[in-house]
Design a binder for this molecule. Sequence first.
Ligand code: KG4
Ligand code: ZN
Length: 345
Amino acid sequence: MQDKSINILGIETSCDETAAAVVADGRIVKSSVIASQTRLHEKYGGVVPEIASRAHIEKIYPVIKEAMAQADVAKDDIDAIAVANQPGLTIALIVGVTAAKTLSFAWEKPLIAINHLHAHLQSAMLSEDDLQLPAVALIVSGGHTCLYDYHSPLEPELLGSTIDDAAGEAFDKVATILKLPYPGGPNIEKAAEKGNPDAIKFPRSMLGRDSLDFSFSGIKTAVLYYCRGQNMKGENKVDSMTPRQIADIAASFQAAVIDVLVKKTQRAAEKIGARTILLGGGVAANNQLRIALQKMCDSDVPPKKLLVAPKHYCTDNAVMVASLAYYKFKAGLFADLTLEPKATG
Ligand code: KG4
Ligand code: ZN
């Protein structure tokens, strides 16, 4: 007789998406519900933590209920409740953590704490069952840019991370400078499609020769100076620029960021002799980044295998939380009702 499958309810509220999902055996997505707050934050040009928290409180119950309904499961079919408890905005995380603890207590189900960044990596692993090690994983999101030595879903070892802005944050800030709509990343990508990536030579910060850390604040400032003059003394030229000029800045900025991401990933791969590269996080939805990393993997000797999260699981979602939780469930790694949200991680 076949073993019963393990159904996990995953909950995600680390930033500006309220999400819940039911995933069986870490692979079979039974439901995925996401209430996006983009509309609430767009007029501020970024996520406002208090607004995010309040919207999570409003949406968390209907989103969980919908995830259970879409999966066609009742509480008795659920084996564990998983929640992203770090890193993220504490007042946003606390909503998901409180909901998960409440359900765990009321339904008498084990509670599993998930690191949001490790969950992003899991998105790239959803349809892979033959991971060739060693593997380097690159996470590029709105809050983080990290390289890992990826041994297993439960043991990613940090190799390097950003010392200032995250890659997604740089996309969002440059979009604001160029007066493109929020969220910045997808709109920079769209504008860049009509631009020349070689039009402007923006700086590529590689830090030390062996460094696996990132720095994106310099390129953001370079774009700002390009548009406003050195030391911000000139007038803002963006209003008088043609769409073609804006497109050239977007394309040149995007090319510079991708260049750094690819070169650093290659550096990390060389260091650990990687056979596989994993890519996840919101910026992983960027087509040019996906193409550039694939090109790097294909041209390396021997070629490397690139595992990329499907686009709809690059940005924040709860499938990645429930999927990673399956491995913690099997390893018996449970949390208890003292679980707290943590901003870092
Ligand atoms: O992973 P995510 O949804 O949230 C965090 O954990 O931060 O990532 C959101 C980030 C935002 O900065 C957004 O602008 C960026 O991912 N992003 C993109 C694209 N789609 C989303 N950046 C570049 N190109 C895209 N197509
Ligand atoms: Zn994220």
